[in-house]
Structure formats: C-alpha cells, structure tokens
Design a protein around this ligand. Structure first.
Ligand SMILES: C[S@@+](CC[C@H](N)C(=O)[O-])C[C@H]1O[C@@H](n2cnc3c(N)ncnc32)[C@H](O)[C@@H]1O
Length: 360
C-alpha cells in the first residue's frame, strides 16, 4: 500500500487514543492505520474489507469481523468511527463518541482492465505487473496462469470468474456489475484477462459499464495470442511481398457456430489470418476459405497453449489443417495462423529455446 492511496496522510495531528476501544464500521485502511498509530484498540466490521485492512488483520494488529454492522458491536466501545448511516445513529443513541468519516473520505475506487498476455509471466508488460501488485481485488479468467497470479498481493481478494469443470463461468453482466460494485466501495479492482483485453476479450463491454457508472478506468494492453504465437515461431505476420495485412478473426459466434465472415474478401486479401477460438469449427472455416478461392496448399499452423510449457504445434496446409488438429486432439486454447508467411516458421529452433527457457 502506498501513501498516495491514503486520504488521511500526511497526518496533521495526533489523538491520545492509547488503549481506547474503537469500533470502525467499514475498513478504510488509511483511517485504521491512523487509529492504530494513536494507540487505539481497533475492531473493524466490514463485509468487504479492503486489502490494507486485511493485511493489518493478518498481522494481528486489529480484530476484523467480515460481515455487516450489528448494534451489539457497540458493546464496550468508546469510539465508533463510521460513515453516516445506521452505525452512527446507533452509536449516538448509546452515547458512544462518533468519529464521522464522510462518505467521500473513503478512497476513490478505480478499475484496471489488464491484458495478461498469452500465459508466460515474463510476457506481461511492466505496467501490468505494477497494476496487479497495487490491486485490492483481482478478478481473473481461467486462462490466467499461476505465475501471473503469484504477483497478486497476499491481502488482495481473488475472484475466479472463469469456467471450471462442472461449473459455468460467471455471466458477463454479473462480472460487469461486480467490477463496478467493488470499485464503488473504494477498491482498486483489476480485471485480469488473457492476451489483450480488447481482442476477443469482452473488455469493451466492461469498459462501457464502468464508464456508465463513472468509475475511473485504465486499460493496460497485453500481448494478444496472435502476436505471441507468431513471435514464438518466427513468423512475421506481415512481410514485404508475402503478406500486406493481418486479419484477427473469431471462429466462435454467439450461438456457438462459425460466424459469417466475408470469406471472399478474406481469401482475396492475400494477408495473414489469425483465427481465435477455432478448434471446433476449423473444418467448416477451412471449407469456407477453400470455396472462396484460397489455395489448398496455403501454409497453416495450429498452436495450442502458445508460450506455455505444454505448447503443441500442428503445422499443415489449409486443406489438411482441420484433420491434423482433430487427430492431435487439441483441447487447450489454440490459435491458427493461415497464410504464405506461415511457411517461414522455424519450428525446431524455437522449440529448443523454449525448452531451455523452461529448464532455466
Ligand atoms: C476468448 S479468446 C481471448 C483472446 C485474448 N483476449 C487475446 O488477446 O489473446 C480465447 C482464444 O484466444 C486464443 N489464445 C489465448 N491464449 C492462447 C495461447 N496461449 N495459445 C494459443 N491460443 C491462445 C485461443 O484461440 C483461445 O481460444
């Protein structure tokens, strides 16, 4: 926690609170720190404490009850510090001294939509690392690797919003609402997403909902799967004379079917195609491109878990790539690159360097 987050620092005065029993309703960590410095015995009641308050509780410097306020919490209390509301009225009725925290004195919440890249932690941006380390709450997808998650501070709340065996992912509308709710409670919420948040990452929808709620939001770009995969294989995505455009397309429509792209335009463009979410619909996608006039021997490659230790590569041609992928039984996140530049892939050399890197 840095002092830039504290609205009570620098502290202009001291209070003699040595041994005074203080109840704080709502864990504004900066205010809690201030009370502790004055010698108070602090108890915090907060159903969603911020990361700083959690850390202080973990150090045994205060007692924390993770729930809403109850009038009985005021028993034996000499000072109640709270934002205006139920606790203030109850404290005043009992003659307990009240330290009012105006609602505005809680620190301003914010959100960061952060691209975590393709999986390997050393492919995060420096800014992404800074922002993850500063988070009070991190909401992450299933594609985020353990190395990246290890950067989250111990006191920060982790929320897995991705799909897991036998469980559905949290609905996008629920994710949007949750980010807003945590930010409005004064927290720094990091929404951590694979690759780049704005490339097939639904970052646009989250940003819209944050803007509508007036939550200050930063977007931290990440290395999208197409760029990471191409770099790993030494495939220049554009190359003078071989490819003058790059098309990022999804093969997964909202109804689980192949979306109706303009296949003729894509085939005619003669650029590089990077196909996201393409394993299941690859036979149909290849058939569409062939029917639109793309040459059957156009080089193609499917890469599963690019940049991770379990990376697998299936090189082939447009005519054969779907069968190769089906035969290999690729099930993890897989990117398919199609186009003349794929012929430049240096499979063996890169695999060796990946193995050395992983062994190091
Ligand atoms: C929902 S999209 C998210 C894309 C992400 N926002 C990005 O910029 O890379 C998921 C798809 O991204 C691709 N993908 C993500 N990570 C990958 C990886 N490490 N290797 C290969 N493909 C990957 C796969 O096509 C996967 O089905």
């Amino acid at each position: 926690m840095t002092s830039k987050n504290s609205l009570l620092d620098p502290t202009p005065f001291t209070l003699g609170l040595q041994g005074v029993r203080v109840l704080m309703v709502g864990g504004n960590w900066a205010a809690v720190e201030f009370l502790l410095r004055q010698g108070a015995l602090v108890r915090v009641v907060d159903s969603q404490p911020d990361a700083g308050t959690l850390a202080l509780a973990a150090e045994g410097r205060l007692r924390l009850d993770r729930r809403g306020f109850d009038e009985a919490d005021l028993d034996g209390v000499q000072l109640c510090v709270t934002a205006p509301g139920l606790a203030q009225a109850a404290a005043e009725a009992r003659g307990v001294m009240v330290g009012a925290l105006p609602a505005a004195s809680r620190r301003t919440g914010r959100a960061s939509l952060v691209g975590a890249g393709p999986g390997a932690a050393d492919l995060l941006t420096v800014r992404a690392v800074e922002v993850i380390r500063d988070a009070d709450v991190v909401m992450f997808d299933k594609l985020i690797g353990s190395e990246v998650l290890a950067l989250i501070q111990p006191g920060a709340q982790r929320i897995d919003v991705g799909k897991r065996c036998g469980r559905h992912a949290m609905a996008q509308s629920a994710i949007n609402a949750l980010i807003v709710r945590h930010a409005q409670a004064g927290r720094h919420v990091v929404r951590l997403k694979g690759g780049d948040p704005f490339v097939f990452g639904r970052g646009g929808e989250e940003l819209e909902s944050l803007r509508a709620a007036g939550v200050p939001t930063e977007v931290v770009p990440g290395i999208t799967a197409a760029l990471a995969t191409a770099a790993r294989l030494g495939i220049p995505l554009t190359h003078r004379g071989a490819s003058r455009s790059l098309h990022l397309i999804t093969a997964h429509g909202s109804d689980d079917r192949l979306p109706e792209h303009d296949w003729t335009a894509l085939a005619r463009a003669g650029g590089t195609l990077a196909v996201y979410m393409g394993v299941r619909t690859l036979p149909l996608l290849a058939a569409r491109l062939l029917a639109a006039g793309m040459a059957p021997d156009t080089p193609a490659i499917a890469v599963e878990n690019a940049t991770l230790s379990n990376e697998r590569r299936m090189p082939g041609t447009l005519a054969g790539i779907a069968d190769a992928v089906a035969a290999a039984g690729l099930e993890g996140p897989t990117l398919v690159l199609i186009g003349a530049v794929v012929a430049l892939a240096d499979l063996a050399a890169d695999q060796d360097s990946a193995e050395e890197h992983l062994a190091a």
